[in-house]
Design a protein around this ligand. Structure first.
Ligand code: NAP
Ligand code: ZN
Length: 380
């Protein structure tokens, strides 16, 4: 539902924008970046336009940017039916950086601050969703990449695989001082995408929570659900992740390919967060829920998933979805992670290894998030 809405917004915006002759507001600067030119081309160095900060803007030198599976879905146009990719595409929405300039009306930030930018860079600030701090569901939400660029600097927004970005201060986050920066970048998407539904579901002491898929999102879900005080069980298809899952905070780990390990847990979960990026049978996980239990999808596979009515009606179970989180909640999540010293487990790479990183991400060969060190772009 949310994705369909998103698609309408993105498509409507694209039609409204004259892509050949955008109305550029103010001065434009060039920034080094990595982009793909089609769904089958590799990332290559390029130069993109970034606007000169306007009154409410914060200009940020990007230090680290995580690689989310959504970057890969988008770069390869896997979500074409709901959100077609406009090329060239510069993904990246797990951004941590340093403020290099602020506009005259900026009040929250100053030069030198360490800040974050996640998946959102704009919204209309007037609709019911914005009023409820749910900017991610605003009909005019502007996403960090592949969204119509309201400023007209480029046909679409360009993300964090770049040396700098300019963002309205209302979409810039404060980073707790105790967190290591390379490992903090993934909180801006993987962190909030798991924190928000866990919080909404009332996860805490006395609740049994399942996390399906131990990738970038899943491993953050484990850490956050554990810090919220829940009993955490991981479902993984990868035998090589079992010990890690325990180290990350899981009370128990189930190899989901083994029915004998699944069986004893049937009907026992209060809440399950599904973080899987590819086709899989969600009916197996719905059968794990207790009566009135809820399974929330955050993973966004390319193709529709099949749901049997009997998976839901038998125990009055609920199937729902959730997309990132609003800005206020993202700040709460960062503060929560600061208090609990939670960051992502990252493998730091130079931008020159981004193509190899995508291949490894597809194979599940990353523990558990790539974080790009943007200093490598300066050496380009
Ligand atoms: P990721 O790091 O690649 O992790 C995905 C995990 O899914 C893998 O580690 C693997 O876990 C499991 N998996 C992969 N292929 C599978 C298959 N064929 N069958 C069963 N399990 C499989 O990806 P991510 O960055 O965490 O993103 C996960 C999904 O969430 C993506 O679709 C992404 O686009 C989406 N996403 C949604 C939002 C939102 O707002 N809703 C935000 C960010 C990302 P195991 O090895 O443990 O089985
Ligand atoms: Zn993401």
């Amino acid at each position: 539902m949310a994705v369909n809405k998103l698609a309408e917004v993105t498509l409507a915006g694209l039609f409204l924008l004259d892509r050949k002759h955008p109305q550029v507001e103010g001065q434009v600067n060039q920034a080094k970046a990595y982009a793909v030119d089609s769904k089958s081309s590799p990332f290559e160095p390029t130069s993109i336009a970034r606007r000169e900060p306007t009154e409410r803007d914060v200009q940020i030198e990007i230090l680290f940017c995580g690689i989310c599976h959504s970057d890969l879905h988008t770069a390869r146009d896997e979500w074409n039916e709901v959100m077609p990719t406009v090329y060239p595409c510069v993904p990246g929405h797990e951004i941590v950086g340093r403020v290099t300039a602020v506009g005259s009306e900026v009040t929250k930030f100053q030069e030198g601050d360490t800040v974050g930018v996640g998946c959102l860079v704009g919204s209309d600030h007037t609709c019911a969703q914005c009023q409820a701090d749910l900017e991610q569901y605003c009909p005019h939400a502007v996403f960090t990449y592949n969204s119509p660029d309201a400023h007209g600097t480029a046909p679409v927004t360009y993300g964090g695989y770049s040396e700098s970005v300019v963002v309205d201060e209302r979409f810039v986050l404060k980073i707790p001082g105790n967190l290591e920066l390379a490992a903090t970048a993934p909180l801006l998407c993987a962190g909030i995408t798991t924190y928000s539904p866990l919080k909404r579901a009332g996860v805490g002491p006395g609740k049994k929570v399942g996390i399906v898929g131990l990738g970038g999102l899943g491993h953050m879900g484990v850490k956050i659900a554990r810090a919220m005080g829940a009993e955490v069980v991981v479902f993984t298809t990868s035998p090589g992740k079992i010990e890690d899952a325990k180290r990350l905070g899981a009370d128990e780990v189930i190899l989901s390919t083994n029915p004998d390990e699944m069986q004893p847990h049937m009907g026992s979960f209060d809440f399950i967060l599904d973080c899987v990026s590819a086709q899989h049978d969600i009916n197996r996980y719905l059968s794990m829920l207790a009566n009135n239990g809820e399974l929330t999808l955050v993973g966004a596979p390319e193709k529709p998933l099949e749901v049997s009515a009997f998976s839901l009606i038998g125990g009055r179970k609920r199937l729902s979805g959730s997309m990132i989180g609003g800005i206020a909640e993202t700040q709460k999540m960062l503060d929560f992670c600061g208090q609990h010293a939670i960051t992502s487990d990252v493998e730091v790479i130079p931008i020159q290894q981004v193509n190899e990183a995508y291949e490894r991400l597809l194979k599940g060969d990353v523990k558990y998030r790539f974080s790009i060190d943007m200093a490598s772009l300066k050496r380009q």
